[in-house]
Design a protein around this ligand. Structure first.
Ligand code: ZN
Ligand code: ZN
Length: 296
């Protein structure tokens, strides 16, 4: 099994263990704050299962139906995960409101805190592992999963602090207020995830630093050509797509123009990973002379 797929399967198992622990902590105490944490974990498990499925699809090579590959399946999964997180936040807010209106004493709060602390520790350890694998495999779904888990660690700590305050002060309202704060944080992380995935699904351009690097490569290897224009970039999963027009003297033989393209493409493959370059060659009467990269 591919290492990223194995990791994603591991996430589901870890998520189920953490979910069992956090549900037990909620069931023992009846705390709204611990409910918020358990519900967040339900989303985690669903998201991990989706990430695994998305990875399977994304790892398929380009085919007749999808000639640019299947990498965007990962972003789609991340967007759906964001939507699930927002739904979880709404449910937590609802529960916090109910508890605010009908406050009740917590049963065995210390046991609840201890169980939740173990679950939070497991999440933290697993998130560290996920981050390392995501960076190595440049997987958007795994990175989203890791960020989500880290958010879960933060909310777990917040929830433990909130329940501790209830024990220390005897003020029951700390419980629903902690749950509501958790909901706000969860909502924010979900919206950010949706924003990030939408950027990739909408073919957002590369960042300015990478664009500058691309222009440097073209300038350094475009000898014989006159200018480059209409440069367009986008990325999908691990692949980056780059296309531009290369203006050459009209009388230049096709073979010579093609040699320039090959030289630029070879330089790109040395400089950047997973870059797919398409160059459209044009004669000099197509030159634009402004907003362009001059090569001679
Ligand atoms: Zn052109
Ligand atoms: Zn060629």
């Amino acid at each position: 099994m591919h290492s990223a797929t194995r990791i994603a399967s591991g996430s589901i198992v870890v998520g189920l263990v953490v979910l069992a622990l956090k549900s037990a902590a909620w069931w023992l105490t009846g705390s709204a704050a611990l409910y918020s944490d358990a519900l967040e974990t339900v989303v985690n498990v669903a998201a991990s299962a989706m990430a695994l499925y998305a990875l399977r699809i994304a790892s398929q090579p380009a085919d007749h139906d999808h000639p640019f590959g299947h990498a965007k399946a990962e972003f789609l999964a991340a967007a759906v995960e964001g939507a699930l997180i927002v739904l979880a936040a709404a449910s937590i807010l609802q529960h916090a409101w109910d508890t605010w209106q009908h406050p009740h004493a917590l049963r065995s709060p210390l046991a609840g805190i201890a169980i939740n602390a173990v679950a939070t520790l497991i999440n933290f350890a697993w998130a560290q592992l996920l981050l390392r694998v995501a960076a190595r495999s440049r997987s958007a779904a795994l990175a989203a999963d890791a960020r989500h888990l880290l958010a879960d660690v933060a909310t777990g700590l917040g929830v433990i602090a909130g329940v501790s305050l209830v024990i220390a002060t005897g003020r029951l309202w700390f419980d629903p207020v902690t749950a509501a704060l958790t909901a706000v944080y969860v909502l924010w992380s979900g919206l950010r995830l949706i924003r990030h995935s939408a950027g990739a699904l909408m073919d957002e351009a590369l960042d300015d630093a990478t664009l500058a690097q691309i222009q440097t490569v073209i300038r350094a290897n475009g000898e014989g050509a006159i200018e480059a224009h209409d440069l367009r970039t986008r990325h999908a999963g691990r692949s980056t797509f780059l296309e531009f027009h290369l203006v050459v003297p009209g009388e230049m033989p096709v073979a010579e123009a093609h040699d320039i393209c090959d030289r630029i493409e070879a330089a790109f493959h040395r400089a950047m990973d997973h870059l797919i370059v398409v160059i459209h060659v044009e004669p000099d009467n197509k030159a634009k002379r402004h907003g362009v990269l001059l090569l001679s």
